[in-house]
Design a protein. Structure first.
Ligand SMILES: NC(=O)C1=CN([C@@H]2O[C@H](COP(=O)(O)OP(=O)(O)OC[C@H]3O[C@@H](n4cnc5c(N)ncnc54)[C@H](O)[C@@H]3O)[C@@H](O)[C@H]2O)[C@H](O)CC1
Ligand SMILES: [K+]
Length: 549
């Protein structure tokens, strides 16, 4: 697996601040930034187009600095041999100095015998249909374009596309391929959502300095195509500062995941490698116990022990003889009794990681609820080893005092909620949640609540976001349809537990487990229809996925 480097994700605000500070404090001129950005875009276009000579390129330039980038790219592509048609929004004439200068530079290019350069002004104040017809008329002699460059809107976009941008964007559809500068026009930079109709679907996107959330979330991955990042010279200390802002995140590359996994203690003896304990299952849900235990074993935990009801433990014994099961008489509701906590703590006190939650049967009835609340509460208070709390273990944290107990734990804690479970946790915390859009994004939510709860928080989603108690945030590189299968949560929780049992740092274990789950799902979907994937298929592929790092 090629060890591509980590990728940084900055919000639009963080990006703008880094930009501003680079210009105002550090002293790199904004025109220099724009020129460097444009050169990076032109290089990537040239790399993909092979030979620019004889190529016809349409540049759609908007009224802001994204437009300015586009005007500079037009100049560079023309210089490198392409025929270029620039359709520019009249707003560019009143835009920033660097955008205006780039328009002026294009105007100063002398007529050429060999190549065509057309500058066509779209008068934003004039009648829309007239502008459309005039532009179409001006392009008629050009025939189809090999490439359209989307420089209409970048990270300055707000709200649904307004005219004439939406109509200008339509002209890209006639090109054989589309390159977006920074972000495809029409995507909300921080959510990746499309607001209203219209907007751009690019074959590739060249973004400045860092990726933005829209390259990873919402409609973004489908609208951006391949995303490459151009280093435009923002100094490292200002990029670092931007990375500290809530909402900023990192996508771990294969090299980083490999480094995380290599930190496992590969001791010789099974106890040296680490004992993973799994407290899960109920008479009704033995599957979750089996999947979580199997995943913990398959990811390399030297020794997996589990605690469950007699019936679930018997089902596990039949399937996983290598896993030692501690069994307890079930309550009336068929679930583990709260009284099981003491013997579990006694038996599993030396484990290096403990998972509690999958299939405990919390929703069964009030009786079960009280018992499971008691069981989970005592493990939270007294289990010294890192505790992974998943599924019904999370549902049992439904009171402020339960979450306070999590915060007060000595040992590390990993919470692995899906969005519904996360919403209930936040509600149970009784803490106020800012509801404005700037604060409901996955990366912001994960880093803020991981800090507030003092935990590693795995916020499952498309994609999954993982944050540590200090706010460090990772975003999974992809999502897979194959993961949307019952039991995949049990497998993920089991893998996290199994990796922590081998000595991985809990945050690193969570990131590595999410990547391994994705690798397994991708492997499965390479040979089968993703919709047919079962949790056991994922477990089958963990060993192969691990072997790649
Ligand atoms: N990141 C960097 O260091 C650099 C980025 N560069 C480029 O600059 C743009 C951001 O430029 P900005 O002027 O802030 O905004 P935009 O050009 O994206 O657009 C603002 C422009 O568009 C109008 N507008 C906003 N929303 C809409 C809408 N929904 N419909 C229609 N029109 C809209 C708004 O009124 C403004 O006029 C960044 O993406 C990079 O490409 C620098 O060039 C290099 C450094
Ligand atoms: K754009």
């Amino acid at each position: 697996m090629q060890s591509h480097p980590d990728r940084i994700i900055l919000s639009a605000d963080a990006m703008r601040r880094a930009d501003r500070r680079t210009i105002d404090e550090f002293g790199l001129a904004s025109f220099t930034l724009m020129e460097t950005a444009a050169r990076g875009v032109a290089d990537e276009i040239e790399r993909r187009m092979a030979d620019l000579a004889e190529r016809a390129v349409l540049v759609l330039a908007g009224p802001g600095n994204n437009g300015g980038d586009g005007l500079a790219v037009a100049r560079l592509l023309f210089q490198r041999g392409a025929d270029v048609f620039v359709l520019y929004h009249s707003g560019a004439e009143g835009a920033s100095a660097e955008t205006q200068l780039n328009l002026e530079l294009l105007r100063r290019i002398p007529e050429s015998e060999e190549r065509m350069l057309t500058l066509h002004r779209w008068d934003a104040a004039a009648d829309l249909q007239t502008q459309i017809d005039t532009a179409r008329g001006a392009m008629a002699p050009w025939g189809p374009f090999d490439l359209a460059v989307d420089a209409l809107l970048g990270i300055g976009v707000t709200g649904a596309l307004r005219e004439p941008i939406a109509s200008m964007a339509e002209f890209a559809l006639s090109a054989r391929s589309i390159a977006a500068i920074d972000v495809p026009t029409g995507l909300d930079t921080d959510t990746g959502e499309r607001q209203g109709a219209g907007g751009m679907h690019a074959d590739f996107t060249v973004t400045m300095a860092a990726t933005k959330p829209c390259h990873w979330f919402g409609a973004g991955p489908k609208s951006c195509g391949d995303v490459t990042v151009v280093d435009i010279g923002l100094p490292a200390h200002l990029m670092e500062a931007a990375m500290q802002e809530p909402g900023s995140a990192r996508v771990a590359g294969a090299a980083t995941v490999a480094r995380f996994l290599r930190s496992a203690s590969r001791g010789e003896h099974k106890f040296a490698v680490g004992q993973a304990a799994v407290v899960a299952g109920s008479n009704r849900y033995s599957g979750a116990l089996i999947l979580a235990s199997k995943a913990a074993a398959r990811v390399g935990a030297g020794y997996v022990v589990c605690a469950s009801t007699e019936r679930a433990a018997a089902a596990l014994d039949a399937q996983l003889p290598e896993v030692v099961a501690l069994s307890f008489r079930a309550t009336e509701s068929g679930t583990l009794p709260a009284a099981a906590a003491a013997p579990i703590l006694a038996e599993f006190g030396s484990c290096r990681a403990c998972l509690v939650g999958p299939g405990l049967g919390y929703a069964k009835d009030d009786g079960a609820r009280d018992e499971i609340r008691g069981l989970v509460g005592q493990l939270v208070r007294e289990m010294q080893a890192p505790l992974v709390i998943d599924a019904d273990g999370l549902n049992a944290l439904d009171r402020p005092e339960a979450l306070r107990a999590v915060l007060e734990r000595q040992g590390a804690t990993v919470l692995t909620p899906h969005p519904g479970e996360f919403g209930r946790l936040v509600e149970a915390s009784g803490q106020r949640v800012p509801t404005d859009p700037a604060h409901d994004r996955p990366t912001w939510l994960a880093s803020t609540w991981a800090r507030r709860f003092g935990v590693v928080l795995v916020l499952k989603g498309s994609p999954t976001v993982i944050a540590g108690p200090d706010g460090t945030t990772f975003v999974a590189p992809d999502t897979s349809r194959a993961l949307a299968t019952a039991g995949s949560g049990d497998v993920l929780a089991g893998m996290i537990t199994g990796l922590i049992a081998q000595g991985l740092d809990p945050l690193e274990a969570a990131v590595a487990a999410v990547h391994l789950g994705l690798d397994a799902a991708t492997d499965y979907a390479a040979e089968h229809s993703a919709a047919s994937c079962q949790a056991t298929d994922l477990i089958e592929r963990i060993a192969t996925a691990l072997h790649r790092y």
